[in-house]
Ligand binder design. Structure first.
Ligand code: ZN
Length: 137
């Protein structure tokens, strides 16, 4: 269930990023074209027109900064959870990750269904949207 959610979020993010990068690429090309046009114009008529030339250089800088992929900001919300699974009946529950949690660790929680012991079955971090989706019990 959580796996599916994560997949969807990731797909969404990928689509967003690719759309953005296409847009950035186009913008960069337009700026680049403008920059070269300005530099070409600035050199017409023997003397270099400093104003046009400078504008061209500035545009060139903007274009390169737009086109170079910016490393994604690490402000995405991540949440680490531990999946506990009953060793006897396979009941699963999700808990917030606690320091020292590791897979196969005896979690010390007793199963409500069969009084078996919960063991940590999986530990992983999930991406979160603005609001918390993770259910913790
Ligand atoms: Zn159980």
């Amino acid at each position: 269930m959580i796996d599916e959610e994560e997949e969807d979020v990731e797909k969404l993010l990928k689509r967003k990023i690719s759309w953005k990068s296409v847009f950035k690429g186009l913008l960069g090309l337009i700026l680049l074209g403008g920059a070269f046009t300005l530099i070409t114009i600035s050199r017409q008529g023997g003397e270099i027109n400093i104003t046009y030339f400078m504008f061209g250089i500035v545009l060139l800088c903007i274009a390169s900064s737009v086109m170079v992929p910016v490393p994604k900001k690490k402000n995405e919300l991540r949440h680490t959870v531990s999946i506990h699974k009953c060793a006897k009946c396979g009941n699963k529950r999700v808990h917030d990750y606690k320091e020292g949690d590791f897979v196969h660790k005896d979690s010390g929680i007793m199963c409500e269904e069969c009084a078996g012991n919960y063991k940590i079955f999986e530990v992983y971090s999930i991406k979160l949207k603005a609001r918390k989706k993770t259910k913790t019990t």
